[in-house]
Design a protein around this ligand. Structure first.
Ligand SMILES: [Fe+2]
Length: 292
């Protein structure tokens, strides 16, 4: 009798994404586009979007399939930090060192750690830059997560909000050794809400943008609770307050731009450059980085 072939066992649930299919951008006002260019483009090595927002009043900066939006009209600081997997991580430290002069007299700073570099922008926004490795594989370039600092005891309620109202699977786990809601925000992307004992700064209006497959379901739930803050257009609405669905209590503020998959910008191909290109070591044909 033929031996029965062994059926491989796979964790099918680990492939589930949930309703948020992409965490596309973080929007932070900046007061000075020259300094923003020196930091985000020349120092971090990200790419200014060549097609959209090409004036001096705003700048879109690409990293993989995600962006930072940087309108030039003030200062906003995210209450937490943004994770970025960058191209040619090995060259980052020397650019950070070189930036100390042009970014002096600002809040710019950096710390090289074992397996990442922590960088603060000229106005206090914090980033953790990672090489492409097993932590975020297969992402080779992109924004694997945005991590928010939230008051103690709020992670579970935030997890309930995303799973019950947004349809985004959320686990309660740990991040930086503290309890955190880990919310799936796309394949290989997360929104992280990490509890902190420190005082959480007042909310200053920065925002994040997500694409959702079920657009009307969360809208109905948010609208029923009076949480929609803007009916932007056919393809987009906004909300700002995260509540505990168990009792309606507000637990955290972060404006979400919620877009449907029919939004014209959905899955827009983003230009990404190779930050290693230099005149003295120029390699023909290697200007672009392809994002899979
Ligand atoms: Fe936005």
């Amino acid at each position: 009798m033929a031996k029965k072939a062994k059926v491989p066992q796979y964790d099918r649930a680990s492939e589930d994404v949930g309703n948020i299919v992409s965490l596309e951008h973080v929007n932070l006002l900046v007061p000075d586009q020259q300094l923003a260019t020196a930091f985000y483009v020349s120092t971090l090595g990200l790419t200014r979007d060549p097609y959209m927002m090409t004036g001096v009043d705003n700048m879109w900066v690409n990293n993989g399939r995600s962006q930072l939006h940087l309108p030039t009209r003030g200062t906003q600081v995210l209450r937490g930090h943004t994770g970025l997997v960058v191209d040619h991580y090995d060259l980052l430290a020397q650019r950070l060192k070189a930036a100390q002069d042009v970014l002096k007299d600002t809040k710019f700073s950096y710390k090289i750690r074992n397996d990442r570099i922590d960088v603060t922008c000229p106005w206090g926004n914090r980033f953790r830059l990672y090489p492409a490795d097993s932590r975020f594989a297969p992402m080779a370039l992109g924004m694997p997560y945005v991590a928010f600092d939230v008051p103690r005891g709020k992670a579970a309620a935030i997890g309930r909000f995303y799973s019950e109202i947004l349809g985004a699977p959320a686990q309660i786990g740990k991040f930086d050794d503290a309890p955190a809601a880990l919310v799936c925000a796309g394949a290989g992307q997360r929104l992280i809400f990490r509890e902190t004992r420190a005082k959480v700064a007042p909310y200053d209006g920065h925002h994040i943008q997500v694409y959702v497959a079920d657009f009307s379901g969360p809208h109905g739930q948010l609208d029923a609770r009076g949480l929609i803050t803007e009916e932007s257009d056919q393809h987009q609405y906004r909300f700002q307050t995260i509540i505990d669905p168990a009792n309606g209590e507000p637990v955290f503020e972060i404006e979400h731009e919620v877009r449907s998959l029919r939004h014209p910008l959905y899955a827009r191909p983003l230009v990404n450059r190779n930050p290693a290109q230099r005149i003295m070591t120029y390699q023909p044909g290697q200007d672009a980085v392809m994002v899979g």
